[in-house]
Design a protein around this ligand. Structure first.
Ligand code: HGY
Ligand code: MN
Ligand code: MN
Length: 421
């Protein structure tokens, strides 16, 4: 087993690798790497080179997931997945998602050629954030058979469909079914930054995720009447943007007074978008989350009702469209327990917590046991270039991961599980 110094060296390499990958971007002045955009080719090349140097076999599946396999003691043994997503939000930090892929490679390296009674498939999901097409988890959805014609037909802001984006990247959308989980998968482990303030407030480096909150992603389209900004009296306007603005304040008010609810309007677009024209159209997004599915859907219904009443009062119409309805997901109890022990063996206090952020593990958990290990997020800031990690925490995460692999390798309960994929 590596010494603490050894894990620290691996951690330094992991942080450098994340920072290198952050430079592979669609934008000159910041990190943006969306679903199958050009820099993803460079990202695949870079991560593949690290995997191949460890003797892993590397492939890219039909939705652009990067998959590296480190074999177990024999060809007949099962496998585990370890990984996270390669894509980012616009103007992203350097660690959201990608740290989970880089740490997975680092864990294989920490084995130093040792083989386990299971193979390790390191996976870099092609799309978790939902930036390019408005719906998240395209990569992990392919593993559980949830990429359907509706999703393949969704278009980005340039009118390019998911199907065309896959073809433009040099992949074959007719082979998506081959991306499905293989029948020998015992479970999925995801390392991810917390992206919030909890671990930092507690002074803890690592956390055990017990559950991931459910989320809806929606589009609210207000349609009013375009008119002249100078000649139209205030009492005869049907201003779509003003209606949307009133509704956005109502969204914030409901979330502020509902315990455990977060609701965000992250994007709004007005048409025709001229300073001297009353907006006829206003399109806003809604991201709404709660640990309880019932509370989340009740809040969503209330926001649709409030939107409709605001629109009616203003002589504006509203169309609300659901882009994602993802229920809350509990992480696998056995793996959670194993993670807890591994964190303790790494000399840390295993803080149990929920995840307010969505993760690929919530999609895979539909089919296989899944667990997430959180790393402390300094300042609690994420989805921003100031997102960071502590070197010691990354070293602790690798040490925890090594203990976890060792525990699973000697657990008859785990190895004896029938794969559910
Ligand atoms: O938005 C999220 O929950 C995550 O960052 N994709
Ligand atoms: Mn993420
Ligand atoms: Mn994210």
């Amino acid at each position: 087993m590596l010494t603490t110094f050894g894990f620290r060296n691996l951690a330094e390499k992991a942080i450098m690798r994340c920072q290198k990958l952050a430079s592979l971007s669609e934008d000159a002045g910041g990190t943006r790497r969306t679903f199958l955009s050009a820099p993803v080719h460079d990202c695949h090349r870079e991560v593949s080179s690290w995997m191949k140097a460890l003797g892993m076999t590397v492939s890219v599946d039909a939705v652009g997931n990067l998959r590296g396999f480190y074999p177990g003691t024999s060809s007949g043994v099962p496998r585990i997945l370890v990984g996270s997503h390669l894509d980012t939000v616009p103007n992203a930090g350097a660690f959201d998602g990608i740290l989970g892929v880089v740490l997975a490679v680092g864990l294989v390296e920490s084995l130093d050629g040792q083989k386990l009674p299971f193979g390790i498939e390191v996976i870099g999901f092609s799309e978790e954030e939902g930036v390019r097409f408005g719906v998240p988890f395209i990569g992990s959805r392919a593993l559980v058979g949830r990429v359907d014609e509706e999703l393949l037909g969704r278009k980005d802001e340039h009118g390019v469909s998911v199907r065309k984006a896959i073809q433009d990247f040099g992949l074959n959308p007719n082979e998506i079914s081959k991306a499905a989980l293989s029948a020998d998968v015992l479970g999925h482990i995801e390392f991810h930054i917390e992206q919030g303030p909890v671990l930092e407030t507690l002074g803890q480096p690592l956390g055990v995720v017990e559950a991931i909150v459910g989320q809806n992603r929606m589009e609210f389209a207000f349609s009013g009447q375009v008119n002249h900004a100078g000649t139209t009296p205030m009492n005869s306007r049907h201003d779509a943007l003003a209606a949307a603005a009133e509704w956005i304040v109502a969204v914030e008010r409901l979330a502020q007074r509902t315990k455990g609810l977060v609701a965000t309007v992250g994007f709004i677009e007005a048409k025709p978008g001229a300073a001297n024209v009353i907006a006829g159209e206003a399109r806003a997004t809604l991201d709404i989350r709660h640990a309880s599915d019932r509370a989340r859907t009740e809040a969503m219904d209330e926001l649709i009702r409030q939107g409709e009443s605001i629109a009616a009062r203003r002589g504006v119409t509203l169309k609300a469209r659901t882009l994602l309805a993802q229920r809350a997901v509990v992480m696998d109890p056995f793996l959670r327990e194993q993670v807890k022990h591994a964190i303790q063996k790494a000399g840390c206090e295993p803080h149990r917590m929920a995840s307010g952020a969505g993760h690929d593990a919530m999609i895979l958990a539909e089919k296989i046991p899944a667990a997430i290990i959180f790393l402390r997020t300094p300042g609690g800031v994420s989805h921003d270039p100031s997102e960071s990690v502590h070197l010691d925490d990354v070293a602790k995460a690798l040490e925890c991961g090594f203990h976890l692999l060792t525990q699973l390798a000697t657990s008859q309960e785990f190895l004896g599980r029938t794969c559910r994929a």
